[in-house]
Design a protein around this ligand. Structure first.
Ligand code: 6R9
Length: 652
C-alpha cells in the first residue's frame, strides 16, 4: 500500500443546520445511530422492513438473504414485483397529472411529461418491443442520447422483463459491438443522432458499423428514434423507426411478473484487464438501494422536490438517479440533453432557476470546469430553490467543495459527497444530510445498513488513520449479482481468496480519520478515473497496440486540474522513434485511432515516444516510473532492477 502516503489535512466541518435537520427524513445524529444500531443487531430485519415499506410487491417475500452459495447472494428471492410498476403505475391513483419528467433539449426547448403520459408511452413502447419478439430475459442494447425516450426505453424493458444494457452514446462502434456480442442482444434501440452543444453526433451510423462486425447475428431489429431528422442509412429488413413501432400500439401493457432476483439490467464497466465487465443487477435489491438512498441521502420529498441528476443514462448514476430512483419516489425530475457550457457556462444555473430545482447532483469534474469558466456566474441566477447538493464520480477536492457550497449552495445547502460504484448500484458511503456533519473532501460515513471497513492485504481491519483497501463486509441488497457470462471473474475481481472470499473488495483505497470518516484515495487497480469515467489502462493499451504502427504501449494517469486524471501514453513504434513534426502527426493519428476504438473519452491527452519502455529484467513494465515521468517528477526511486535505465531520459 505504498502509494497511500498521506490523507488530506482538512479540519473544516459543517454540521447540518437546525432548519435542515428539522425537516429531514433522517433527523439528527441520534436517528442515524438508531438506524445503524438496528442494522447491526438485526441486519436482515433492517433490510426486510425497508423492502416491505418501500416496494410494492406483487407477491410478498418471506425469505430475506440467502448466503448458501456465497458470494452469489440472493435477496427476497421468493418475492415477485415489477420495477416499472413501482416507478410508474403505483403513483397513478394520486398523481397521474403530476410532472414526472421535465426534459430540456440542447437548444432550450422544454417538454413536460406527466406520470400518466409516461405510463402511456412506456406501455406503448413495451408493446412495440413485444411485437418485435422481445420476451422476458432477452437482452436489449440501448445506445441513445439523453432523452425522455432513453428513460422510456429502459422502463419499457423493465416492464416486460427484458434485460437492458445501455451503452453510453460517446462510445465507439467497436465498443458498442463488443458489448452487443458479449450480451448476445436481440435488439438495439438508438437514435439518428444526439445534440450536444449545438452539434449533432450521429449514433445510427455507429450502430450500422457495429453490426457489420462479426458475431452480431443475434440482432434481429434496430429501432431508431428520430431526434435530428438527419439522413441515415436504412436497412429495410432490419431497421424500424421508433414512431412507426408505436403507431398502433395500445397505451396499456400488463407489467411482467418478475422474481426479485431476475436481472434488471447489465451495465458494462472497465476493470483492470482487457475486456469490460458486464455488471449484472437484480430487480428488487437494486430498486431497494435506489429508493433507500433517495430517501436517506437525497432526503427526497416526493411532493415538493424537483430533482436533477446531470449524469447520462449511459452510466450507473444515470440508471439509479435518473431512470429508477426519482421515478420510484414519484418525484418530478429534470433531464438535460446538452452540456453545461452551452450556450454558456451559466447553463446549469439558469436551468436550476427556470425549473426551481431543489436537489442538484453532479460530478466534481463539471464543478471544476464551471469554476474555471465562470466562478462568479452562479450569482447572476436565482438559486434560492436549491436545498441540497450532491457530488459523485471521484473524490471532490476541498477547493471545489467550498466553491460548490458557497457559490451554488449559498452556504445554505448541505453537500452529499456520495461514494459508490457501478457494482454497488446505489450510494454506499455518504452523509445523511440532516444528521451527519460534512467535511470537504470526505464522503463521511456509510449509510445505515452498509457495513464498510478498511483492511490490509490479509483482510485485517486497520485502525483509523491507516490507509488500506476499502471493503464492504456484509452483502447488501443492491450489490451486483454476478458478471454477465463470467461468474469466475466476478468471484476473482470482487471476492478475492486473500481476503477470505466473502467480503466485497471495492477496488479503491481509503483511510478513516479520527472521527471514522472515510477519505477515498484512489483506485488500487489499473483503472483511471477521467472526468468521473472509469477507463481501464489495459483497454487503452490494447487499442493502441492494435494500430499497425505500434509495437508496445503503456498507459498511466497523471493529475489534471479539471478532469481529475489525464491519460498519458508511452508508445514504442515498430519503426523508428518519431521526432518533431512526425511525432505530432503520429500522435494525432493514434489519438484518433483510440477515439475510434473506444470512444473520445479514452483519447490520450499526451503521447510520448521511446525506443523502448522501462522494464525490469524479467520484462515487466515499471509503471511507477512511468507515473513519475508523466508527472514530470525527477526519478528518485530505486531503478536498480531496471534493464534499460537510459530509456528514462528519452521518455521525460
Ligand atoms: C458512481 C460511479 C466508481 C469509482 C469508484 C471510485 C470513484 C465514485 C466517488 C469516487 C471518491 C466519490 N468514485 N464516487 N471516489 N469519492 N464520491 O461513479 O460509479 O463509474 O463505477 O465509478 O469512481 O474510484 O471506485 P463508477
Amino acid at each position: 500500500m505504498s502509494h497511500i502516503e498521506s490523507v488530506l489535512h482538512e479540519n473544516r466541518s459543517f454540521p447540518p443546520s437546525s432548519e435542515f435537520t428539522a425537516q429531514a427524513n433522517v433527523s439528527g445524529i441520534a436517528a442515524y445511530q438508531a438506524l445503524t444500531t438496528k442494522a447491526a443487531t438485526d441486519y436482515e430485519g433492517y433490510w426486510a422492513d425497508l423492502a416491505r415499506q418501500h416496494i410494492s410487491w406483487e407477491t410478498p417475500f418471506t425469505r430475506i438473504l440467502d448466503e448458501t452459495n456465497a458470494p452469489f447472494y440472493r435477496w427476497f428471492d421468493d418475492g415477485y414485483l415489477n420495477v416499472s410498476y413501482n416507478c410508474i403505475d403505483r403513483h397513478l391513483p394520486a398523481k397521474a397529472d403530476k410532472t414526472a419528467l421535465i426534459f430540456e433539449a440542447d437548444d432550450g426547448l422544454v417538454t413536460r411529461i406527466s406520470y400518466q403520459q409516461l405510463h402511456d408511452r412506456v406501455c406503448a413502447f413495451a408493446n412495440a418491443l413485444i411485437a418485435q419478439g422481445v420476451t422476458k430475459g432477452d437482452r436489449v442494447v440501448i445506445y441513445m442520447p439523453m432523452s425522455a425516450e432513453a428513460v422510456i426505453a429502459m422502463q419499457a424493458c423493465a416492464r416486460i422483463g427484458a434485460i437492458h444494457s445501455v451503452v453510453f452514446g460517446g462510445f465507439s462502434a467497436k465498443s458498442l459491438h463488443e458489448r452487443i456480442v458479449d450480451a448476445q442482444a436481440k435488439l438495439v434501440i438508438t437514435a439518428d443522432a444526439g445534440m450536444r452543444g449545438g452539434r449533432a453526433t450521429s449514433l445510427k451510423s455507429a450502430v450500422d458499423e457495429a453490426l457489420t462486425l462479426g458475431g452480431t447475428e443475434c440482432i434481429s431489429r434496430v429501432i431508431v428514434y428520430q431526434r435530428t431528422g438527419q439522413e441515415v442509412n436504412w436497412h429495410e429488413s432490419r431497421d424500424l423507426w421508433w414512431h412507426d413501432s408505436v403507431a398502433d400500439m395500445p397505451n396499456t401493457c400488463e407489467p411482467a411478473r418478475m422474481n426479485a432476483e431476475d436481472p434488471l439490467f447489465i451495465l458494462y464497466t472497465s476493470g483492470s484487464t482487457g475486456t469490460p465487465k458486464g455488471v449484472q443487477h437484480s430487480s428488487a435489491g437494486y430498486l431497494l438501494g435506489a429508493i433507500v438512498t433517495m430517501n436517506m441521502v437525497f432526503d427526497a420529498k416526493a411532493d415538493t422536490d424537483v430533482f436533477w441528476c446531470t449524469a447520462d443514462v449511459g452510466w450507473i448514476t444515470g440508471h439509479t438517479y435518473v431512470t429508477y430512483g426519482p421515478l420510484a419516489m414519484g418525484m418530478t425530475q429534470v433531464i438535460f440533453e446538452g452540456v453545461p457550457t452551452y450556450p454558456d457556462a451559466g447553463r446549469f444555473w439558469k436551468m436550476i432557476q427556470d425549473h426551481r430545482v431543489t436537489t442538484f447532483y453532479t460530478a466534481p469534474t463539471a464543478i471544476r470546469s464551471l469554476i474555471k469558466l465562470g466562478g462568479e456566474l452562479p450569482r447572476q441566477y436565482d438559486l434560492s430553490s436549491l436545498r441540497l447538493l450532491g457530488s459523485v464520480g471521484e473524490p471532490i477536492n476541498p477547493e471545489a467543495w467550498m466553491w460548490y457550497h458557497q457559490e451554488v449552495g449559498q452556504s445554505r445547502c448541505p453537500i452529499v459527497d456520495t461514494w459508490w460504484q457501478t457494482e454497488t448500484g446505489s450510494n454506499m458511503i455518504a452523509p445523511l444530510p440532516g444528521a451527519v456533519a460534512t467535511k470537504p473532501g470526505s464522503c463521511t460515513l456509510p449509510i445505515p445498513g452498509i457495513i464498510a471497513d478498511v483492511v490490509d492485504e490479509h483482510g485485517a481491519s486497520l485502525p483509523f488513520g491507516q490507509g488500506g483497501y476499502l471493503v464492504i463486509t456484509r452483502p447488501f441488497p443492491s450489490l451486483l449479482r454476478t458478471l454477465w457470462n463470467n461468474p469466475e471473474r466476478y468471484k476473482k475481481s470482487y471476492f478475492p481468496e486473500e481476503l477470505g472470499g466473502k467480503v466485497y473488495l471495492a477496488g479503491d483505497s481509503a483511510q478513516r480519520d479520527t472521527d471514522g470518516y472515510y477519505w477515498i484515495m484512489g483506485r488500487i487497480d489499473d483503472v483511471l478515473n477521467v472526468s468521473g469515467h472509469r477507463l481501464g489502462t489495459m483497454e487503452i493499451e490494447s487499442a493502441l497496440v492494435s494500430h499497425p504502427l505500434v509495437a508496445e504501449a503503456a498507459i498511466v494517469g497523471k493529475p489534471h486540474d479539471i478532469k481529475g486524471e489525464a491519460i498519458v501514453a508511452f508508445v514504442v513504434l515498430k519503426g523508428e522513434r518519431p521526432q518533431g513534426a512526425a511525432a505530432k502527426e503520429i500522435s494525432d493519428t493514434l489519438r484518433n485511432w483510440v477515439g475510434q476504438e473506444i470512444g473520445a473519452i479514452a483519447k490520450p491527452d499526451e503521447i510520448r515516444f521511446g525506443d523502448n519502455l522501462p522494464k525490469t529484467r524479467s520484462g515487466k513494465i515499471m509503471r511507477r516510473l512511468l507515473r513519475a515521468l508523466a508527472k514530470g517528477e525527477t526519478i528518485t526511486q530505486d531503478v536498480s532492477t531496471l534493464e534499460n535505465p537510459a530509456i528514462l531520459d528519452q521518455l521525460k
